[in-house]
Design a protein. Structure first.
Length: 204
């Protein structure tokens, strides 16, 4: 199968999986129902994803993929950490409050098995947060940030960037952010982070 055809089929399968997740929830969404919605064979889904858990892990990984790629590329190319943080904020915030992320989080919250929540954590935050921590450590080495624990510093940044916005999106209390709103909130979060973790200041 040509790469572009496989990519198109995978996009169709993953779009069908998200639609069914929103309609039926995680437990009631089967590989067969996804295959039927996507007009693909059940065998294809199992060959490509292994099982339902693998299919939804792929959705989470794809959602976090752009952020992960930015961080990995910037770290590998030794881009100045402040430039990475400026680019990271709008991208990460857009990811976390996107319709796709909200659909996954709503379904995870309603899934009594906890399986989808584990996939969201492992393929999402547990993958991206250590890369952000690496950027923070570079920023500390460059004299941009001051902190003792990188994990705590990343947690502070995420609190500033996202706050309760994602949960309010999950609850349907706020609409999708515009790009201008995303950029503005990300810029404010970074400004506040630089103030709170200012070099030479006691952050406790």
């Amino acid at each position: 199968m040509r790469d572009e055809n496989k990519t198109a089929r995978k996009q169709r399968i993953e779009a069908a999986a998200l639609e069914l997740l929103a309609e039926k929830g995680y437990l009631a969404t089967s590989m067969l129902s996804v295959a039927k919605r996507a007009r693909a064979s059940n065998e294809t889904l199992y060959n490509w994803y292994g099982n339902k858990q693998g299919l939804f892990r792929s959705l989470v990984e794809a959602n976090a993929g752009e952020v992960k790629a930015l961080l990995e590329n910037d770290l590998a190319q030794e881009r100045p950490p402040e430039a990475t943080l400026k680019a990271l904020g709008p991208l990460l915030l857009g990811l976390l409050v996107s319709d796709k992320a909200i659909t996954l989080n709503r379904a995870a919250a309603a899934d009594p098995s906890g399986e989808l929540a584990r996939e969201l954590t492992q393929a999402g935050r547990d993958t991206v947060a250590p890369l952000i921590a690496d950027v923070f450590i570079k920023a500390r080495g460059a004299g941009i940030l001051a902190f003792d624990d990188a994990g705590e510093a990343v947690g502070l940044y995420l609190d500033l960037l996202v706050g309760d916005l994602q949960i309010r999106r999950v609850l349907g209390a706020v609409p999708v952010l515009t790009q201008a709103g995303t950029d503005r909130r990300a810029a404010v979060a970074l400004d506040n982070l630089l103030i709170l973790l200012k070099v030479g200041e006691d952050v406790n």
